[in-house]
Write a protein that binds this ligand. Sequence first.
Ligand code: ZN
Length: 332
Amino acid sequence: MKYQVLKSSIIISLLVVFCLIILPLTIISLFHHEEEPQQPLLKKGTIDAPEYINVYRHSSGITESIKFEDYVAGVVAGEMPSSFEMEALKAQAVAARTYSLSKIIRSGDGGNPAHPSAPVCDDIHCQVYRDPLELSKIKSAEWMNTEWPKILSAVNSTKGQLMYYQEELVEQPLFHSSSGGKTENSEDVFVSAVPYLRSVDSEFESSAPHQNEQVEIPLSEFIKKIKRNYSGLDTKAVNKNTIKVLERSSGGRVASLQVGNLTFRGREIREIFGLRSANFTVSVQGNTVLITTNGYGHGVGMSQWGANGMAQAGYNYIDILKHYYTGIEVYY
Ligand SMILES: [Zn+2]
């Protein structure tokens, strides 16, 4: 009888433990698991970043030795709005770190031909870099208190992480502000076909600025500006029927455009008229040339606004990098 009571009290105790502790813990862990973005365990890569990097400062003409990870943080601050999502900032940190290291490796013992004392400089020639002192002057005390720690956190949480393609360090992790909906194959914008710089959809850019921006240029000025750069232009051959897009790239940018007796690449027209993008339409109305551009930048590699949109939609930084850089892996 005593044994029976003991047995049932053990069963009751076990039931209580199950209902009050094990069951709630299981439920919590199930939901917790769903809430956390999946962060894949990273493999160890073959290359380690150095502790310091030499940076040529354009304003002072001095080459500074800067802690490598501090430099990466200054590049993220210089290249991406700090208001962007954490996962987008982390993607930018990995891209900036990879680019910087590839510049060091390519420069060997020397520097860059444009600044022989250092493999990188601090402006758009390489990547925009701002140190904390500069940031405190350009931004505000509030920015330093709230935004700068966000950037440091994005860099610290991806410390040492780099992009590889087929076990080799990625050399050209290019990026741009926004693509207008689709990125470009590298060979359609630059010279060479890079296997990880392929045209992909960039579907989360709806909040990006510079969508459908219209530029109006008087026809006479349009002709004059082209003639200044390309003297072979027969001005008499230019009219509303001979200004037209002939071909588009797979990312939607103008591959070739006729102006009178000449044919141009969209990129050339973008340069002449300082357009935000080579993703444009063109028409002539009366004596005015109307150009409507979409997106901002060359359109190759990661779209920063697209990365921010992906982060808002719940993707993590590795998803973002793998989306915009075809076939890459992230290793630490
Ligand atoms: Zn440079």
